[in-house]
Design a protein around this ligand. Sequence first.
Ligand SMILES: Cc1cc2nc3c(=O)[nH]c(=O)nc-3n(C[C@H](O)[C@H](O)[C@H](O)COP(=O)(O)OP(=O)(O)OC[C@H]3O[C@@H](n4cnc5c(N)ncnc54)[C@H](O)[C@@H]3O)c2cc1C
Length: 381
Amino acid sequence: MIMDKFDFAIVGGGPAGTTAALYLHDRGFKVCVIEKKIFPRESLCGEFLSGEVINTLKNLNLFNSFLKLNPNQITKFKFYNGHNSFLETKLKFPAYGIKRGIFDNFLLDAVKKKGIAVLQPGEVKEIIHDREFITLVIDKGQSSQEIFCDKVIAAYGRQNILDKKLNRSFTNHKSFLNGVKFHLDKSSFNVLEKDTIQIFTSNGIYCGINSVGENKATVCFLENRREVQGNPRDQIKALMDGNKNFKKLFCENIIGIINDLPIYGTGNIYFGKRELVKNGIYFIGDSSAVIAPLTGDGIGLAMQNAKLISEIFEKQKSDGIDSLQTGRLYTREWEKLFKKRIFIAKSIQNIIMNNHYRKISYSIIKMFPNLIENIISATRG
Ligand SMILES: Cc1cc2nc3c(=O)[nH]c(=O)nc-3n(C[C@H](O)[C@H](O)[C@H](O)COP(=O)(O)OP(=O)(O)OC[C@H]3O[C@@H](n4cnc5c(N)ncnc54)[C@H](O)[C@@H]3O)c2cc1C
């Protein structure tokens, strides 16, 4: 039982929450992470780790132990525009593919090894502000528990019942954008280029495929439900109809194989603006904003955001600034680091999900191939 009072309670043990815990602990704060699921657990993700993740792992002295997990190194990017053509470029940053189950567990283990308190499984149901401290009410399945803290960092991901309880402004928004992920064995492919992340597009849908080690590849879609209906099997068919290159990738009975697979997905993913601070709660990672998945950089952004919040609170401690100023400082620094990148990524996503706009943009890029590298770097920090 954790009965002490913490400087910080972090809601969520994904990349944002665990990275924030590590940085805050290193800066001398007393931290508790609350995670509702038992790890390892799957999550919706293309499972591509970008250069930002690698830099943060190095900064935390975790890179060498990360390599022991045998992640799959990725050095190339290919973009397939509809049926015939594709663009290819070498990645200018180190990148890896690894299952999120393994990666997130690795980060949470690093937190536990530092002796940081972890309450798991425990789902935060209420955040109550008293005059002196904040109380979190945690559902532990058979029982419940309260923990007390000075500040709360919300790192609970892209959507959660807590958003409604906290009356966040976007909760009733319908985006019609759904994400789906599954793992396929190498044997399900005719050809699988292990060193390449490939993006396949068609109207209202795009799909990223990359190897994640263990002879597996992750297949991950984002689809607009106004354009593409049905289950993952129907989505695969829709993309095969709109993109011959995608069809060529798989063995004959791919649809039958997908029928029997566990599928992970989320509906109505909101890519718009969210509050960064509300009622004294600081939002980081996907809880603060979701970057378009085609960048393969959500994890990187979440980890950079976690580092930022630890720097903000170190400054609060050293300069003695009040909560209002701290909130403003966080918002300003967050916007400096992430706002433009998220906007560019969202605009590219809108273009590539629309056949007409994608074809025009593709012809322009074909004329100026160096543009592709500029576009990739504009979406990263
Ligand atoms: C279709 C799609 C594909 C993507 N592909 C990629 C990719 O290839 N590469 C990449 O870098 N990014 C990708 N992303 C983005 C990436 O998945 C996220 O940006 C990343 O997971 C954000 O990390 P996080 O820690 O903020 O949230 P999460 O990873 O969602 O972690 C949140 C954690 O909080 C826990 N939790 C939730 N509610 C509570 C509660 N009330 N109490 C306690 N715990 C709670 C959850 O169980 C979870 O473990 C993709 C996103 C989508 C939608």
